[in-house]
Design a protein around this ligand. Structure first.
Ligand code: MF3
Ligand code: CO
Ligand code: CO
Length: 283
């Protein structure tokens, strides 16, 4: 049985119950998520051949400091960087390092900022110089799968509707959905209940109610869905070393449907793609 509770009255840990946030928290999430999205916008200019993922980390750290925000990943369960940078066959949780990005790489940059106690969590793919059509296509499919998932967010719908929409579409494009990582409740906690699976069946899982806030962050592979975590304890890669992509938005369930908190204020939700292409993919 699912238990839904008013967010303000709950302890700040994942109790397994589902927090329902009020108007003030939605306002707080707008601020945190706007800062996260603005940082992701600024990164579009920085990501070029020759730039190291450590330089991206330095930028994100400084951006947070200048804004009076905290990068949520810094010192999170032993993770020591301000951002995750996942290149090519790295599915997620790539650790910034001193290796330069190369022409043709695709990299997911995942930023989470804490602003006044609220967590804004979002990630996008960045194309390094000119990339192969297969890589571009994978990014398009992944963003579109996220859009289709977001469209299922409304009161009375089920979390399984989101997963089913993503899985049906991605597998229909002969891609696969990573099972080992999922979206999550977010708000005053980084990773909260419920889990948001990117696969599943319509009508299954937790029923959505106004006030719920969570991420949707599908990881889609060109090859098989299986992943493994490298000995560093973080870096997740595709087992078959196939190319993988991910986009992430933080969303809230409203009376009327859904509010996406992490949209780009500059229209750069898919950096490297034209506004026209983004509009087509989102249509
Ligand atoms: N931002 C990631 C997410 O979408 C979590 C990163 S946790 C870290 O949930 F420790 F790997 F940074
Ligand atoms: Co997340
Ligand atoms: Co994230």
């Amino acid at each position: 049985m699912t238990i839904y509770l008013e967010a303000e009255a709950q302890p700040l840990r994942n109790t397994g119950s589902i927090r329902l946030y009020g108007a003030e928290a939605f306002e707080g999430m707008r601020r945190a998520c706007l800062l996260t999205a603005t940082c992701l916008d600024k990164l579009a200019d920085l990501v070029k051949p020759g730039v190291t993922t450590q330089a991206i980390d330095d930028f994100v750290f400084q951006f947070a400091m200048d804004a009076g925000a905290l990068p949520a990943t810094l010192n999170y369960r032993g993770y020591m960087k301000s951002v995750c940078t996942s290149v090519n066959h790295v599915v997620c949780h790539g650790i910034p390092n001193d290796k330069p990005l190369r022409e043709g790489d695709i990299v997911n940059i995942d930023v989470t900022f804490i602003v006044d106690g609220f967590y804004g969590d979002s990630s996008r793919m960045y194309l390094v110089g000119k990339v192969k059509r297969a890589a571009e296509r994978l990014c398009e499919i992944t963003y579109r799968s996220l859009v289709l998932g977001i469209r299922e967010v409304k009161p009375g719908g089920h979390i399984g509707d989101i997963g089913a929409a993503i899985q049906d579409y991605a597998e229909g494009e002969r891609c696969s959905v990573v099972r080992d990582f999922c979206g999550h409740g977010v708000g005053k906690l980084f990773h909260d209940s419920p889990n948001i699976l990117h696969y599943g069946r319509r009508g299954e899982g937790v029923e959505m109610r106004p006030g719920m806030i969570f991420t949707i962050e599908p990881m889609i592979n060109l090859g098989r869905p299986h992943v493994k975590v490298l000995p560093d304890g973080w870096t997740a890669v595709t087992r078959d070393r196939s190319l993988t992509a991910q986009y992430e938005h933080t969303v809230g369930v409203t009376e009327g449907g859904c509010e996406v908190f992490t949209y780009s204020p500059a229209g750069l939700d898919m950096p490297g793609f034209s506004a026209e292409r983004l509009a087509e993919i989102s249509a």
